[in-house]
Write a protein that binds this ligand. Structure first.
Ligand code: C2E
Ligand code: MG
Ligand code: MG
Ligand code: MG
Length: 289
């Protein structure tokens, strides 16, 4: 019976116009319960140095399996959490869980020096209590702020530059890194880059996806990489699925990459077994020359 409900819900959520009000309300109620039960899971996806294959970051991706709704993708439940006032709670649960995991790995000598990349909702950025909360958490877990990188999407920075400057400034002064997520979609103004304490830009996977077919796309990518190098920004290319894409990015000196070619998001337990330890080369698609 639960299965039938899950299938019904899935077909509703799968509609191209997205879930309607009733479905969103049902999802909101289930999510309230999931948060009360601390039932969200986390997956980790590696972000690697494209030349050496070493792991530089682990992106933290929230996962929700609901007994009735089934697996709900973050593209849906994050939006629901944002519109129903649940995102501060959800965001903190995810961050706390991930930081606890990092501290546990640290005690075992795993993922030394690797950063956690945490997605931040624009609403969390607006919460004045967020930065002090995060600093307390890091102290409690004895983690250096340098181990965190907060990912914020570009539109947030552009639409609310003044607020972003204040909040990101606070976080950056603690030593926490800042990334621009989904870079390159939507906005042409880049002026925010010099006004904000940004360390990393993450080139949206729509660019990487079109690399093989489109010469203009390759030129755009080259100029983004060129600009980033001149501004001394680190770069992650998202959504690398094919060796040809990795090869192009390496040739053009893209420092970091993320994608199914290297690893899919996976639970912490799956990250433990074959984690080769500090300095080990986990992936290189090319022979050293
Ligand atoms: P994002 O931050 O851009 O995260 C990367 C997304 O790309 C993830 O989707 C990941 O699974 C997917 N991905 C990675 N490599 C590849 C690839 O090679 N090919 C393809 N096709 N996809 C790839 P996911 O996990 O479904 O997350 C979707 C979005 O939901 C994230 O996009 C992020 O914006 C948001 N999100 C996820 N977890 C959280 C969270 O804890 N808090 C907040 N505020 N947002 C979150
Ligand atoms: Mg992200
Ligand atoms: Mg992204
Ligand atoms: Mg993206």
């Amino acid at each position: 019976e639960a299965r039938a409900t899950a299938e019904r819900s899935f077909s509703l959520y799968g509609r191209t116009d997205g879930p309607g009000l009733v479905e969103r309300w049902e999802m909101r109620n289930r999510l309230v319960q999931a948060l009360a039960d601390d039932a969200l899971d986390i997956h980790y996806q590696t972000i690697i140095d494209l030349d050496s294959g070493q792991i530089r970051q682990l992106e933290v991706l929230a996962r929700w399996h609901d007994p009735v709704l089934g697996d709900v993708p973050p593209s849906l439940f994050i939006g629901v959490a944002e519109s129903f006032g649940l995102i501060d709670d959800l965001g903190r649960q995810v961050i706390e869980k991930a930081c606890r995991q990092l501290a546990a790995w640290e005690r075992k000598g795993r993922f030394r020096g690797v950063q956690l990349a945490l997605n931040l909702s624009p609403l969390q950025l607006r919460d004045p209590e967020f930065e002090p909360w995060l600093v307390r958490l890091l102290r409690r877990l004895e983690l250096s702020p340098h181990r965190l990188n907060l990912e914020v999407t570009e539109n947030v920075l552009v639409e609310n530059l003044a607020a972003a400057r204040v909040q990101l400034g606070r976080l950056a002064r603690r030593g926490i890194g800042i990334s621009v997520d989904d870079f390159g979609v939507g906005y042409s103004s880049l002026s925010y880059i010099r006004e904000l304490p940004i360390d990393v830009i993450k080139i949206d996977r729509s660019f990487v996806a079109r690399l093989d077919q489109s010469a203009p796309e390759r030129e755009i990518l080259r100029s983004i990489l060129d600009m980033a190098a001149k501004l001394q920004l680190d770069v992650v290319a998202e959504g690398i699925e094919r060796e040809s894409q990795a090869a192009f990015l390496r040739e053009n000196h893209c420092p970091m990459g993320q994608g199914f070619l290297f690893s899919r998001p996976a639970p912490a337990t799956a990250m433990e077994g074959d984690e080769p330890g500090p300095g080990a080369v986990v992936y290189t698609g090319h022979a050293p020359n």
